[in-house]
Design a binder for this molecule. Sequence first.
Ligand code: OFO
Length: 164
Amino acid sequence: MLSKKVQDSLNKQIEVEAYSSQVYLAMASWAETKGLNGVASFLFTHSNEERQHMLKLVRYVNTRGGTSDVPALKKPPKTYKSVRDVFQQILDHERKVSQDINNVVDLTLKEKDYITHNFMQWYVAEQIEEESLAQTMIDKLNLISEDAGGLYLFDRDLEAGHGK
Ligand code: OFO
């Protein structure tokens, strides 16, 4: 059985993951309208992954005798300055999400809820991957700088699935 505090913090995390899915979706849609099909497809896939992160939490809360809260969806930004701007915003966003997850983990220890603590380890590991992936993309984009040919190849690589 979840304590009220743990349930509330998991419900807050459900909202965070739902918003992440929206953010990636908005970015994917922007990229698609710019002809960046590789970037778009990478981001559409990631948006689906974030939805899975949210669902996993919804199911967990319900399974543990709690009641999950399906949140209203906040509107994400619609336009971005560049592909580099997109990935910088992703990195900033994921760093913030990592902090949110740390807060949930911290609370599970305070509440001596070791089952939820164990469940949350999957999210901890996922955040390491997500931050590092965003950083790798930024590193590649820094190498390319303003080079249009480089951006074309970056996009094509993502389309071929080499970005992961
Ligand atoms: Fe759910 O990992 Fe990103 O936000």
